[in-house]
Design a protein around this ligand. Structure first.
Ligand SMILES: N[C@H](CCC[C@H](N)C(=O)O)C(=O)O
Length: 287
């Protein structure tokens, strides 16, 4: 089966994009893992499938698969790449574009300078919406809100860390670190990702606060490992920082692969993210 694809990235978080509107894309988790493999395959953090809309209120549906082959609810950098893809390849003349994801409908606008602004929807905090098993926790969350920050014991007798839990449609556990470049992302990231209290696993964010409008961020992503940027992770980190009264909107998020601009006006409001979306090359693969 020959499939046309486009290699893209958003601040260094890279993707293989398949247009399923003009070709049949029916891949297994094993094939997703092969495509994402940086030695045996093409190489990517996630694979994006662009489909015709199922919901008449939207222009497209887009599905997201991590490098480990698992389908996930949302991908912020991927959403920007999707918007750039459908605009550059003249698949729509709409701007903004409304797209259906597993996490719901989001709206994306391609800016004149080529950046893309995404309305990422409202963050969620209640344990069942993360999801997070809060049973037996001291000071169990009052109401439907998580306590801030939450003491999370890491396995293997490692330290207890303080995390804030935010869902942007996908789960995030965000912690504040003194120096993001020295943070133990590779050591503790997998332990947080696979912690027993996250039934669907989680993304693990490490945030260094520079000032009330700027952070540095590294994210060990569920199903992909550390990426050069994580869009939903940037949203989750800013929301956690604002909720903990340490940040004020708008916030510049400096990831290793590039910079994202996030705004959030507090509970009940949606999060917007603006950042780059780059087409690297087009290709064809025979699977
Ligand atoms: N690894 C994430 C999906 C990709 C998110 C990230 N690449 C972004 O830009 O938001 C998860 O399993 O929820």
């Amino acid at each position: 089966m020959k499939l046309k694809f486009t290699k893209m990235h958003g601040a260094g978080n890279d993707f293989i994009v398949f247009d399923a509107c003009t070709q049949k894309v029916d891949l297994t988790a094993e094939q997703f893992r092969f495509i994402a493999d940086r030695r045996f395959g093409i190489g990517a953090d996630q694979i994006l499938i662009v489909e015709k809309p199922q919901n008449p209120a939207t222009d497209f549906r887009y599905r997201i698969f991590n490098a480990d082959g698992g389908e996930v609810e949302q991908c912020g950098n991927g959403a920007r790449a999707f918007a750039r893809f459908v605009t550059v390849f003249n698949m729509t003349d709409r701007n903004p574009v409304r797209v259906e994801t597993k996490a719901g409908i989001i709206e994306l606008r391609v800016e004149k300078n080529g950046n893309v602004t995404v309305n990422m929807g409202k963050p969620e905090f209640s344990p069942d919406r993360i999801p997070f098993d809060a049973s037996g926790l001291k000071g169990k969350p009052a109401g439907d809100d998580m306590i801030w920050p939450l003491a999370l014991e890491l396995p293997k007798g490692l330290q207890t860390i303080e995390v804030s839990l935010v869902s942007m449609g996908n789960p995030h556990a965000v912690q504040i670190v003194e120096n993001v470049d020295k943070a133990p992302v590779g050591e503790t990231g997998p332990l947080i990702e696979n912690h027993a209290r996250f039934p669907n696993r989680t993304n693990a964010g490490f945030m260094e606060i520079e000032n009330r409008h700027s952070i540095k961020l590294r994210v060990f992503e569920r199903g992909a490992g550390e990426t050069l940027a994580c869009g939903t992770g940037a949203c989750a980190a800013v929301v956690a920082g604002i909720r903990r009264k340490l940040l004020d909107s708008p916030v510049t998020v400096k990831a290793r692969g590039g910079t994202l601009e996030i705004t959030w006006n507090g509970n009940g409001h949606e999060v917007t993210m603006t950042g780059p979306a780059v087409i690297v090359f087009n290709g064809e693969i025979d699977l």
